[in-house]
Design a protein around this ligand. Structure first.
Ligand code: NDP
Length: 342
């Protein structure tokens, strides 16, 4: 997939969308169909978290299921069909304004827009214990679907008790000889169907209630064992494992707007109830960078649609006129507001 960029850097876009997952692509589809010619910064690894997923069985409209990357290609193609432009790169910096021009930077290149829809998603959470980062790629991973196949014949631990841990375990168990799900409580947060499915696999068992303390390398520099602490007694023990997958949830990817827009204590961007409006006029936020509750592709897509409609209404009703102070000393800038309506 190649990057496209705009020729006219002085142009002020109607809408820039930051993020290329279900939320970003849906926002692109709707704003494109409203003739707003969206520019999407979809990230170097476009497609978001679904790029790291195999079967998606819970997205309506696919009764037989669909592979995550294939679904994202289709989302992207549908947005492209109506004129969406894509930049396949990660945004370096964003300068948000309350009702003025919004700026997005790729290195020194500046892109401007009247509205911005933030759809950066979330990323895997880390345990923050010794060895976790040092042994990343040498036995420790956060993506079962990406790395599971490397663990053929291995003894593997999956850390976590939610649906992600169950899903990863089921996938990795196709390759690993033995797999233990390590959960810090005896109860599992996962849905019953996913829990039952995982525990029904013959080479999967559970180790509870344990918290990982350290990932320990062997002489070859690769993961050899994991030190655990019993959550109730505090007793420490070691388990041999040459693979460990950390599947303990996600953190929102809001660093690029940190301190500029209101977020909660975990970094999720705050929006007005029932809308995608942030505390800044012309700045909207959608998908997993907002949602710490549902976090589904279908809910992300739904809020992507809401963001597009909110941005469209803002452009129609409240977007500021072209003002010289946006470009001090500069030439007048063309700012077509495209006709709205879906
Ligand atoms: P969750 O937040 O649901 O679960 C995180 C798990 O990790 C919990 O068991 C939690 O324990 C544990 N955990 C968190 N922090 C630590 C830590 N520091 N040390 C040890 N354990 C820790 O995240 P998921 O990613 O599993 O799921 C997120 C959402 O995505 C859910 O809504 C889920 O249903 C959905 N999902 C759906 C799938 C599907 O339908 N196919 C697949 C994957 C996810 P505790 O319970 O004690 O807090």
């Amino acid at each position: 997939m190649t990057s496209e960029s705009t020729d006219n850097k002085q142009k002020v876009e109607n809408v820039i969308i930051v993020g290329g997952g279900p939320a970003g692509y849906t926002a692109a589809l709707y704003t494109a169909r409203a003739n707003l010619e969206p520019l999407v910064f979809e990230g170097f690894q476009w497609g978001g978290q679904l790029q790291n997923t195999t079967d998606v069985e819970n997205y309506p409209g696919y009764p037989e299921g669909i592979m995550g990357p294939e679904m994202m290609s289709q989302f992207r193609a549908q947005a492209e069909r109506f004129g969406t432009r894509f930049v396949t790169d990660d945004v370096d910096r964003v300068e948000l304004s309350d009702g003025g021009v919004q700026k997005v930077f790729l290195g020194d290149e500046e892109y401007r827009a009247k509205t911005v829809i933030l759809a950066m998603g979330a990323e895997p959470k880390r345990l923050g214990v010794p060895g976790e980062m040092e042994l990343a790629g040498r036995g420790v991973s956060t993506c079962g679907v990406c790395d599971g196949a490397f663990f053929k014949g291995h003894r593997v631990l999956v850390i976590g008790g939610g649906d992600s841990a169950m899903e990863d375990s089921i996938f990795i168990s196709k390759f690993a000889d033995e797999l233990s799900i390590v959960n810090r409580r005896d109860e599992f947060r996962a849905s019953k169907i996913m829990h039952d499915r995982a525990l029904g696999v013959p080479n999967i068992d559970t180790l509870t209630p344990f918290t990982p303390l350290e990932f320990v390398a062997g002489e070859d520099g690769k993961l050899a064992k994991v030190r655990l602490r019993h959550s109730e007694t505090g007793e420490e023990s070691e388990v041999e494992a040459t693979g460990a997958f950390v599947a303990i949830g996600h953190v929102p990817r809001s660093e690029v707007v940190k301190g500029q827009v209101d977020t909660d204590e975990d970094g999720y961007i705050k929006v007005d109830a029932g809308s995608t409006r942030t505390n800044l006029e012309g700045v909207f936020a959608v998908g997993d960078v907002v949602d710490h509750t549902y976090r589904q592709a279908v809910t992300a897509a739904g809020t992507g649609c809401m963001g597009a409609l909110d941005a469209e209404r803002y452009l129609r009703d409240s977007a500021p006129p072209v003002e010289a102070h946006w470009f001090p000393g500069g030439e007048p800038v063309e700012m077509d507001i495209a006709p709205t309506g879906s």
